[in-house]
Design a protein around this ligand. Structure first.
Ligand SMILES: Nc1nc2c(ncn2[C@@H]2O[C@H](COP(=O)(O)OP(=O)(O)OP(=O)(O)O)[C@@H](O)[C@H]2O)c(=O)[nH]1
Ligand SMILES: [Mg+2]
Length: 307
């Protein structure tokens, strides 16, 4: 029989209703999508690797924290850092209910992999690095890992590191709050800009009150209330500036209010709870990277619950 004839008879058989043909047909219909899914997800394994962004003013301890989570406490002191100039990231894995020390080699089904992304805190480098990630409706970070082939990583949470010891005096509080204001306002604008898109807007923010090993450091509760008070001051100053600049109260419509006013309208005092309206949940937790103190375990747990 020639090839043509074989094909012909096969074609005829396939058109003749028979249990075999129906079974094969059903199998193809049912399993082709499943097979395609596995082929596709095997080819691009990291497209959904979540990421966590480290933000905060220069010198707060972001790079030190990243180094601690990457290498563990026994590594040669994570304290040796320089002012960061570029964004950098490491791939970490968190296994539930354990600490970062035991999670160092976390593998297997319970380990959740994520990218921890360190950004420079210098005011001139913030806009291009940290803040640029936050503004889009569905923030993603281009993975720097070669194994990812530049895949996009989905931003899951923010860790805003502050120096709790520096906050006690001088310019650190207004400078830290200024940066935090920008971050929260960017998230708030993103919430409004997201309308119509299906992307979930919620973005948990951890304010990591760092350096609690130093005796001058403010406890987390005080860091929280000081920051809230300062954010309230900045908010009032900004809206005054808007009024002073010749824009009458009547000209300020709802949209303008959204533009620069952080948190719920009308409230006299600012509190982090007001950010819930925009699906931004803020937690303040104390800890330290070097020295004796509460350590970084609570931060690790917080991150683990959100990636
Ligand atoms: N005492 C104490 N010092 C810390 C702690 N964490 C970080 N430091 C020190 O703070 C300094 C600044 O830390 P970095 O991690 O470089 O700060 P950064 O936030 O990365 O700063 P930029 O890269 O400039 O944005 C370093 O000298 C660290 O050793 C801490 O928990 N306690
Ligand atoms: Mg740094």
């Amino acid at each position: 029989m020639s090839t043509l004839e074989t094909l012909k008879s096969l074609f005829e058989a396939s058109l003749t209703p028979s249990p075999t043909v129906i079974t094969i047909g059903l199998l193809v219909v049912l399993f082709a999508p499943v097979l395609l899914h596995f082929l596709y997800s095997a080819a691009t394994p990291y497209t959904t690797l979540p990421s966590v962004l480290l933000l905060g003013p220069s010198g707060a301890g972001k790079t030190a924290l990243l180094t601690l989570f990457e290498r563990g406490p026994s590594s040669p002191s994570p304290a040796q850092t320089h002012t960061s100039q570029v964004t950098s990231s490491v791939e970490l894995a968190v296994a539930q209910e354990t600490s970062y020390t035991t999670d160092l080699d976390a593998t297997g089904a319970t380990a959740k992999k994520f990218l921890l992304v360190d950004t420079p805190g210098h005011p001139k480098l913030r806009a291009a690095n940290a803040l640029s990630y936050l503004s889009s409706a569905e923030p993603t970070i281009k993975s720097p890992l070669a194994s990812d082939h530049g895949a996009k990583s989905k931003l899951k949470a923010l860790v805003f590191v502050v120096d709790a010891a520096a906050l006690a005096d001088g310019d650190a509080l207004p400078q830290t709050a200024e940066y935090l204001y920008e971050v929260l306002l960017t998230l708030q604008k993103r919430f409004h800009g997201r309308k119509g898109s299906r992307a979930p807007a919620s973005m948990p923010v951890l304010i990591a009150a760092n350096k609690l090993d130093l005796f001058t450091a403010l406890p987390a509760a005080l860091v929280k209330s000081n920051l809230e008070a300062e954010l309230g001051r900045i908010r009032a100053a900004r809206s005054n500036g808007l009024l002073d600049s010749g824009v009458g109260q009547d000209d300020l419509n709802a949209n303008d209010e959204v533009e620069g006013w952080l948190g719920g309208d009308g409230s006299e005092k600012f509190s982090f709870a007001q950010m819930m309206e925009f699906d931004v949940e803020v937690d303040v937790i104390g800890g330290n990277v070097v020295g004796d103190g509460p350590g970084a375990e609570k931060w690790w747990k917080w991150i683990g619950e959100r990636v």
